[in-house]
Structures are given as C-alpha cells and as structure tokens.
Design a protein around this ligand. Structure first.
Ligand code: MLT
Length: 327
C-alpha cells in the first residue's frame, strides 16, 4: 500500500503506517500534478491545509485511490461532496487538537486584555509604556462563545476557572448540554453580542457563518461589564477565517467600538502583509497555529494513521466525515 503525505506528518505516525506495511511518500504535490493523476499511484492521501483537493484531482486518482485523509479538523480544503460522489471516504482527526486550540484561544484573550504583543513591540522599540498599558481582568466578564463544540466547551471550562460568566450560541446543540456545565445558551446570536464584551469563535465556516461577526453585531457589544466597568469589547477567532468580517472589525477598532481583535485565522491565507489590520496597534495575530503543538501533531498523526489503516483494511473509520453520503 502506498500512502502520499503531502503536507507533513509527525514521524511517529509515519512509523505507524510503515510498521503496518505501507510505503509512505512524504512530498508536497503541485496542483497541476494532482490534476494530471499524481494520486493514481497511491492507495491513500493524507493532507493538512496546504493541499486543496478538487473533484478532478480525486477522479484522476481512481481506481487505486481508496481514502482521502485530513490530518486535522477542518475539511474545507477538500471537495467532500465530490469525494462522496466518487465513493471515496474522507476521514479526519476531530479530537486531537482540541486542547491546543483551547489554550491558544485563552492565550490570545489574555494577550489582548493585557496588551502583551503591543507591550512587547513597544518595549523592543525602546519605550517604557507602563502608563499606557492598563488592561482589564477576565474575572467577572461575560464571554460569548460562537458554537459549543469540543473546543468551545474546553474554553468555557478555563474561562469559568478565571471567574468569567460564560454564554454561548449554537443552534445545532441541545440546550441541556450547556446547562449541565453552567453556560447560558442564547437562541438568538444577536442576544449573545448584546450581552457579552468578550467573544470567541468556535464554529465552522459555512454560508450561515460567513461574516457572522459583522458591523451590525460588533455595534451591539456593550463595552461595559456587569459591574458597569468600561472593559471594552474584545474578539478572538482561532476557528476559521471569514467568520469575522475583517473590514468591519478594522473599522470598529478605528472607531473604538472594538477594543481588541486577535486572529489566528484569516479570510485569505497567508494574510496579505500589506493588510491595514496588521498595522493597528490593538490587533494581534498568529499564522493559523491553533493545532501547531508537539502534542496535537503527535495525536493528529496517530489518529489519522489509524483511520487510514482502518479504511485500507476494508473497514469504516469512525471519523469518516461523509459516512452518511457513502452509505
Ligand atoms: C484544523 O482544521 O485542524 C486546524 O485549523 C489546523 C490546520 O489546518 O492546520
């Protein structure tokens, strides 16, 4: 069995595939080569986010290609509908990076409230800006989570430990799940924005969530905490680019309605180095590194190797994202 790993994978995971008898080829495959049938020499392909897989690339890989694997959570770089039409299972590793993304989200939140990136920049430029860098605490503030899946639930737990009051909006989850862990669920997303000064994003990018955070909703954010302290409004997105309307967020940073914005993900990646967002002192960002930890990549690799081997041995992996469409 030959497995193509196009965007890198933890070496323990490569070993696991090799120990199971696979010939693992680790090499980025160019777009045109994929279109011209590069996958036809493989039984499985494992990608991260750099490789985009279209219908014609998958079609050109048949009949040998048996499984498409995404070493990560989001499958937005794979045409899953086309894979289903071609009878190809698409498997992912939905649990492996949860803790890493939770921790990065909290890191960005703390970084924003205490101006850590801005303070570092000013320190390096020779300033001692102690008086200008008066931040706020997480304690007592209202945090609104967009989505209440695994990552949001992890963020909720840490936020509660900091003494935050946690709210969420997730139309796809029974209210009882949030109630059990002391999180207030909102049926209307606008109410979440009217209630919370701190918003973190944990949903997929879909037609429904594209620019869900826009001018109208940012304008609704109260800017004051339950004790009437002016804590400002803060947004963090470590989920998917495009959920935050970056132009609207920049305008809100300029007007002062938004006090801080932290993004790990951007509508267009890599982000344009000339983007005016990068110039704003109350913005800070990271280059899509939510899952980029030693632990997460170790788990992602092993989980995805397991899923690929299951399919190559004739089984159905429990992380098959198009299982319903295939049956
Ligand atoms: C994921 O979907 O797993 C994350 O966004 C990480 C990544 O794409 O590298």
């Amino acid at each position: 069995m030959r497995v193509a790993v196009t965007d890198g994978m933890a070496k323990e995971a490569v070993k696991k595939l090799e120990n199971a008898g696979c010939d693992v080829i680790q090499e980025f495959i160019e777009h045109d080569d994929l279109v011209n049938g590069a996958l036809a020499e493989f039984d499985a392909v494992i990608v991260r986010s750099a490789t985009k897989l279209s219908e014609e690339m998958m079609q050109a890989g048949l009949p040998r290609l048996k499984v498409i694997a995404r070493a990560g959570v989001g499958v937005d770089n794979i045409d899953v509908d086309a894979a289903s039409r071609l009878g190809l299972p698409v498997v992912n590793a939905p649990r492996a990076s949860t803790q890493s993304v939770v921790e990065l989200t909290i890191g960005h939140l703390l970084g924003s409230l205490r101006f850590i990136p801005r303070a570092d920049r000013s320190l390096r430029s020779g300033q001692w800006a102690k008086k200008e860098l008066k931040g706020t605490e997480l304690f007592g503030k209202r945090l609104g989570l967009i989505g209440f899946g695994r990552i949001a639930q992890g963020v909720a737990k840490v936020a509660q430990a900091f003494g935050m009051e946690v709210h969420s909006y997730d139309p796809y989850l029974p209210l009882s799940v949030a109630k059990k862990v002391g999180v207030t669920m909102h049926k209307n997303v606008d109410n979440l924005f009217k209630t919370c000064t701190h918003i973190t994003v944990h949903c997929n990018l879909t037609d429904e969530t594209h620019h869900l955070i826009n001018h109208k909703r940012i304008s609704m954010m109260p800017g004051v905490d339950p004790f009437n302290l002016k804590c400002g409004n803060h947004i963090v997105n470590c989920a998917r680019g495009g959920i935050v309307d970056e132009d609207a967020a920049l305008a809100a940073l300029n007007s002062g309605q938004l006090t801080s914005l932290a993004l790990d993900v951007f509508e267009h990646e890599p982000v344009d180095p000339a983007s005016p967002l990068l110039e704003h002192m109350n913005f800070h960002g990271t280059p899509h590194i939510g899952a980029a930890t030693i632990e997460a990549q170790h788990r992602v690799g092993l989980d995805i190797a397991e899923a690929v081997l299951t399919v190559l041995h004739g089984g159905i992996a429990d992380t098959t994202v198009n299982r319903d469409a295939l049956s």
